[in-house]
Design a protein. Structure first.
Lengths: 436, 436
């Protein structure tokens, strides 16, 4: 029986996790695969730093070319992350006839089409289950489990750091900045957290999901991205009073003509399953035209969960190698020729219910002025909370609207924020009600 | 490009769903598969009853043999359910070199090994995603997404009817019998509901999951099965007071030596994700040694969700046919030769925290008598509720225990239930705390 030879580029946290899984679960994996997986070569520029797993020194090299150029290696794992040299390594490996597994979401968010074309031309497979949702097999679900579905909508909690911060603010209170510092101290947030808290990481993952779910080629820059740093304890408290929970959601919807693609703080009914996803966990809620509503939940990051997804890809490709088959499941779910450019709906054109928090002077007639402008702009009010709570001289006036067009909201805010009774920029949070 | 020819045996609800999906999502499926799926023949003993989808009369036949014997047909869908003639049809189709998709959980729970052996011998594939969790791709997750995992535990809400009944009792109140009648009126429970409410359906699905997760051959009769009909509003109320929710769970755990395999009403912390699964929905909570905790949620039954899973299998097998590959993913996750007989742990040997509700006379010293017997049997008390509520002359005394061995519980109950201060059989509900 043929043995599968694997080369690993990037001996970091996830790479060490793969080594550990192949070692600890190796005998079990062999019983499933019916063959042995041998990690033949590991390349990393740093071979000195102590790792959590030991490997034979002779498999180590600091030259990625020794992995890519090894004729015996069937499958290459790219786990260094970032744009270059990751992109070039992957392309070289594909051109060399090697199947590739990568977890590199930032690269895939912008270069997936290019990598797919190369894989297609050189008749090799490219897998990336670990790039979205860590250990959650959502890529596979989109390409196989839900292959018979017309996907209508995806709602994802795709960034563990921001979910940890929002969950902690909701459950224990605290200002954003303080909770962020706490998350950093506990290792749940990076020193420079902007990537996570500004929604960029979630948008990278959303870009990948959109491609698989809708077969749509959209420019990454067209995804609307807003982070969580402006969420205040006040908003969380009001959300709870209205029966909502605030989550950073990655949202994609398709109506057949355009795609909604946006990442922002979202108010969800507190009894919705996504609202109960706490801590650093990820979850993807998906609606298909036949299967209805489904949810996948699990660890979105972390050494072992991510390594599990990488290894599942490795085993899938090993099965292809053993059976001598390639391109069995198209890389982007749709056959390459059917991937279409699609237009992303302008954020101004979306229609949602909205949460608005105005910082107003505590004076008679304020609510009437605000609601007057809203009414003029076709924005219906569903409920209002105006309490005497004073925050730095201002009184919060909170309004939940019926469905309204965002363009109208912005037009109304332009007028309202100029009023002399309005002391601060108005807070706006989109609501996903029944997740329709 | 080769066209895939499919034959359907059983033109019922799910069969009609498959016809509808192939029609409505056909163009999309073709873009994914890169080929056309043609439903060439449909067999059913009843061709007269009005169906929700129309088909050409010429594809219809009332002889399954005309599907199985058609040399052009690549893949057969068995959707008649039940033991015979479903079993014989599947075996005949496999022997005829046809790949088979089935959703027949009752048959698979008891005959999966036999069917696998036949498929293996005749070098064809057998898929059954729809047999567990309806539209939730849990079979595929076990065989592919979590292929690198040593699965440690599975906790499933696998029966929609009983989950609907327990959810309704929890949210709206009501006695079991009344809520069952309501469920029957709404079409959520069968006329004869025993299969669902007694846990048998959930056990069938658990038997299949155990095979895939642990590679274990266990006799179906060894699964411990208890239904939900003895759950009272009183138990639900006490559960809520303790911060728990009662769910019918299908539980499997592996410790390397034995398998725990049991279906019964279970008390779960109310903030656990599984506790929030309401109505007829299903969910599977799974723990692997690398990926940690994951959850899959979706519709566990219903025409379109089940048909979606059947069609995903059909497409998977079509991909194999198009690539000329077979046996790429072993039917039981492990290669046939590694499936091992394993022992199911006697229910008397399991160790859990327990909820006990005693129906006692409202007399001094009762609690002391009960707790004395528990202590003698090595059962530690975690908390007690004893209120003056009188139910038919009896006072409920409720005890939550620390972890205890079930054998000791039964021994204690034998003594306690004989006391003249005890008026009724004691209610026992197992607790799955941190789901360890």
């Amino acid at each position: 029986m043929k043995v599968i030879h694997v080369g690993l580029i990037g001996w970091g946290t996830v790479g060490s996790g793969v080594v550990r899984i192949l070692r600890e679960n190796g005998p079990l994996i062999e019983k499933r695969l019916g063959s042995k997986i041998v990690l033949k070569r590991i390349a990393d520029i740093d071979l000195e730093t102590e790792r959590s797993v030991k490997v034979n020194r002779e498999v180590l090299t600091n030259r990625a070319e020794e992995v890519i150029g090894d004729p015996e290696i069937d499958i290459v794992l790219e786990l260094i992350g970032g744009m270059e040299p990751a992109r070039s390594y992957i392309i070289e490996a594909l051109k060399g006839g090697k199947h590739v597994v990568t977890a590199n979401k930032a690269l895939l968010a912008t270069h997936l089409d290019e990598l797919c074309r190369v894989a297609h031309r050189y008749n090799v497979d490219l897998n990336f289950e670990a790039a979205v949702g860590g250990g959650i097999p959502i890529i596979r679900a989109l390409k196989e489990g839900f292959v018979a579905e017309r996907i209508e909508a995806i709602f994802g909690i795709l960034n563990g750091t921001s979910n940890y911060i929002l969950s902690t603010m909701s459950n224990e209170g605290g200002e954003f900045a303080a909770v962020l510092r706490q998350a950093q101290a506990q290792g749940y947030a990076e020193k420079d957290p902007s990537f996570d808290i500004e929604g960029i990481d979630a948008a990278h993952k959303l870009a990948i999901l959109i491609k698989l779910a809708f077969g749509a080629k959209i420019p990454f820059e067209d995804i609307f991205i807003e982070g969580i740093s402006d969420i205040t304890p006040l908003d969380i408290q009001f959300a709870q009073e209205f029966g909502y929970t605030i989550k950073l959601l990655a949202i994609a919807k398709a109506d057949g003509e355009t795609i909604e693609a946006r990442v922002h703080s979202t108010m969800l009914p507190s009894n919705h399953l996504l609202s109960t996803v706490g801590g650093v966990f990820n979850a993807i809620f998906l609606r298909g035209n036949a299967v209805g509503e489904t949810l996948f939940y699990g660890q979105g990051a972390g050494m072992m969960a991510t390594a599990s997804a990488v290894t599942s890809d490795l085993i899938e490709l090993s099965r292809n190698v053993l059976k001598g088959t390639v391109g069995r499941v198209p890389t982007l779910s749709l056959q390459q020729t059917h991937i279409m450019e699609m237009k992303v709906k302008d954020i101004e054109d979306i229609v949602r219910p909205y949460y608005m928090r105005f910082s107003a002077l505590d004076r008679p007639g304020v609510l009437s002025k605000i609601s007057g402008v809203l009414g003029k702009n076709d924005i219906g009010i569903a409920s209002v909370i105006q309490k005497g709570r004073q925050v730095a001289g201002a009184v919060p006036v909170v309004i939940m609207t019926h469905e309204a067009r965002e363009r109208n909201i912005h037009r109304a805010f332009k007028e309202i924020d100029k009023m002399d009774v309005i002391l601060d920029k108005t807070m706006l949070i989109r609501v996903e009600g029944e997740l329709s």
